[in-house]
Design a protein around this ligand. Structure first.
Ligand SMILES: *Cc1c(COP(=O)(O)O)cnc(C)c1O
Length: 404
């Protein structure tokens, strides 16, 4: 033990005055105690405003809060040295078992998982090729995807030096396959817009011997999606770690074929001369992600769902007391598929525009961020990233704002 007993006593003594801290974060507290450091609120010290998250898992808004199990795992790992490769092997093995995948790695977010996956399909485990990326002159460097599946995050794929080849039908896809084809990419939340659905896409990949990657970043919950896509036959499956799973914001998962996951790791940190050396993952993300996956697969998802519906109900009941206000609970069919509350009102009759309400909540006390987007006389309250009791505050503040 490196910490001094006297320090520990002093620290625990200072915690005793703080309700909940010791009880909520036993591991965090003991890790802080080990270092002898009292907790500082740097966000407050810097004068940066925190807020109630009624928006959902938006990266700019820091997306999610890590549960105590995850924070505890991170703080315990933070005080120990370890061989990073050995720890990643062990964490990958455990996560693969938990999500029924052949193999798994922890990436620096889902976007990083997309880069690593592409590098694995282009350079594989060939050290010369790994060092050459993103120069892909003498390698397979085309990625086929449906036109409707193109999106901003595929920049992470293009980082590996590949060209996106857009197709719309299965016939076009087959015609696009050639000796330069490295990978086929599928964006899960674009499924309704694309002509080729999961099963056919996977079958085409297998027919032509081309690895398939699916981006399912925001598609858990439902928890079943953690197992679904490898079950359908995708060679590589990418998830965000810090969205619905509430792992570290700077972590993600890449699941899939053993050879490809091994190659994806060779194309990344800690290997200095590799494409994804820029996307470092340290022990904190590794153990934090494992703790998040462990928690998530065991979680009572039905109880979570009921809690979210209850929060929607609390807000709905209160805001409906205001003139012309109507509410509706909806669940997006795909991506962030959890209950949200849509609140609508007659802007003319109430005398409050959508922008005024959004700004009023944003600048009120406490600050509240609503889900971005919406239209005239319409806001959306996302409840899944709230903390207990936030729904009462949001209900009261939203009603105040809608009083006109
Ligand atoms: C959020 C998101 C990403 C990026 O995930 P990070 O974990 O923030 O890197 C990629 N693809 C889609 C579809 C997303 O929604």
């Amino acid at each position: 033990m490196i910490w001094k007993n006297a320090n520990r006593r002093k620290f625990l003594g200072s915690l005793a005055g703080l309700p909940l801290v010791g009880g909520l974060l036993p591991s965090a507290a003991s890790a802080a105690a080990r270092s002898g450091a009292a907790e500082r609120d740097l966000i407050a010290e810097l004068g940066v405003q925190s807020f109630i998250n009624a928006a959902g898992t938006y990266t700019t808004l820091t997306a999610s809060l890590m549960p105590p199990e995850v924070i505890g795992a991170i703080t315990s790992a933070a005080t120990k040295y370890v061989n990073l490769i050995e720890l990643h092997d062990a964490v990958g093995k455990r996560i693969a078992e938990l999500v029924k995948a052949e193999s798994a790695l922890v990436s620096a977010g889902c976007a990083s998982a997309l880069s690593q996956a592409t590098a694995a399909c282009v350079a594989g485990a060939d050290r010369d090729k790994i060092q050459m990326l993103p120069d892909t002159h003498h390698m397979k460097n085309e990625v086929i995807c449906q036109k409707s599946h193109r999106n901003g995050y595929d920049h992470a794929i293009r980082n590996a030096g590949v060209t996106m080849i857009e197709v719309e039908t299965a016939q076009e896809l087959e015609r696009a396959v050639n000796h330069k084809t490295a990978m086929m990419f599928y964006l899960n939340h674009a499924t309704p817009e694309g002509k080729i659905k999961h099963e056919e896409f996977v079958a085409l990949g297998k027919k032509h011997g081309i690895p398939t990657l699916i981006d399912a970043a925001a598609d858990v919950p439902p928890v079943e999606n953690l197992y679904k896509f490898q079950g359908l036959g995708f060679d590589l499956v990418a998830f965000s770690g810090g969205k619905g799973m509430r792992g570290p914001q700077s972590a993600g998962l890449l699941l899939g074929r053993k050879d490809l996951i091994a190659a994806a790791r060779m194309n990344a940190s800690p290997n200095s001369d590799s494409l994804c050396r820029t996307n470092k993952v340290n022990k904190e993300e590794l153990v934090g992600m494992l703790a998040a996956v462990e928690r998530f697969v065991k979680l009572d998802h039905e109880a979570e769902w009921k809690m979210w519906e209850k929060r929607c109900d609390v807000v709905a009941k209160e805001v409906k007391k205001a003139k012309t206000v109507q509410t509706k609970v909806f669940v997006p069919e795909i991506a962030n598929a959890v209950p949200h509350l849509e609140v609508t009102w007659d802007e003319a009759k109430v005398g409050r525009t959508r922008e005024q309400v959004v700004e009023g909540l944003r600048k009120g006390s406490p600050n509240i961020e609503l889900r971005p987007g919406g239209g005239k006389g319409l806001v959306v309250v996302a409840v899944s990233m709230m903390q207990d009791g936030d729904e009462d505050v949001v209900a009261r503040r939203l009603r105040e704002e809608l009083k006109g």
